[in-house]
Design a protein around this ligand. Structure first.
Ligand code: ATP
Ligand code: MG
Length: 254
């Protein structure tokens, strides 16, 4: 047990969740490494949601509300850390959640599907949420076959939310004409650069805000939402994030 008083309680709890997910077959070993990289960047941005991240969150919420057929992609890390928030967000949209694994194995697909059934049986059975991506038959062009397999719904989606996605896949999805929303603490990653909207923030910290704005924007007229999306410039936003990190580090006091 980690004592609540520990100064890095939240960070240690996240690690514990990931190790637990690893032991239960939900997370790939490489998922631990990906998390470590994320933690590094979180230190650099100061472990809080920046103004620039908030701008990206608002643009992402507007894009999701405007979408005709949005879908949320999940991998092991996302399920380990934020299954509750993902389900809450999906229920505000069309309920579609796609299991999308970089290191795809049948066992892990099933372990993740079972996790949704274990925690959200009623929602799955009533169709409030739909767990997709198993037996995926469609193929994303320009990706090797295993990593490129997606469901029909994902293939036809206009907007995809891909927390912690890989750069190759993000580039391929953008090439397909999809609007891609990434959540990635590393503003320098290929994912961050290729996505339509990159939220440079920690997954569990930004999802409640994303949910909040989706709820709010469902009451806002579509023209106004379109303006929010059009006024968002991802490259500019990433530059601002880097400048924020630079200024923060220059002015840090020990
Ligand atoms: P890319 O393929 O986009 O160039 P990469 O290969 O450097 O990136 P990956 O291992 O593919 O990185 O993806 C892991 C990414 O997920 C890292 O950029 C890391 O910062 C980010 N990440 C990990 N955990 C979290 C988290 N909890 N919240 C937000 N981002 C995270
Ligand atoms: Mg990668």
């Amino acid at each position: 047990m980690i004592p609540k008083s520990h100064p890095r309680y939240e960070s240690l709890m996240k690690r514990e969740k990931l190790v637990d997910a690893l032991n239960r077959g939900i997370l790939a070993k490489a998922g631990l490494i990906a998390h470590g990289r994320g933690e590094t960047f979180d230190y650099l941005i100061g472990e809080k949601t920046t103004e620039t991240a908030l701008n990206a969150i608002k643009a992402a919420a507007a894009l999701l509300v405007l979408a005709e057929n949005p879908i949320i992609s999940v991998n092991g890390n996302t399920v380990a850390l934020a299954i509750d928030e993902i389900v809450e967000l999906a229920k505000e949209l069309n309920g579609k959640i796609e299991i999308n694994l970089f290191y795809r194995t049948r066992e892990r697909e099933i372990a993740i599907k079972n996790e949704f059934y274990r925690k959200y049986k009623d929602d799955v059975e009533s169709g409030k949420i739909k767990i997709l991506g198993l037996n995926a038959k469609k193929q994303i062009p320009n990706l090797d076959s295993l990593r490129g397999k997606v469901s029909e719904d994902f293939y036809n989606a206009d907007v995809v939310l891909v927390p912690l996605e890989d750069g190759d896949r993000t580039e391929a999805l953008v090439k397909m004409g999809k609007k891609v929303i990434a959540i990635d603490l590393n503003p320098l990653s290929r994912t961050a650069k290729a996505a339509t909207i990159t939220i440079v923030d920690e997954l569990t910290r930004c999802l409640p805000l994303l949910i909040k704005y989706v709820r709010e924007y469902k009451k806002v007229n579509r023209d106004e939402l379109r303006k929010i999306v059009e006024n968002f410039d991802n490259k500019k936003n990433l530059k601002e994030t880097l400048n924020y990190i630079i200024e923060r580090l220059k002015n840090i006091e020990f």
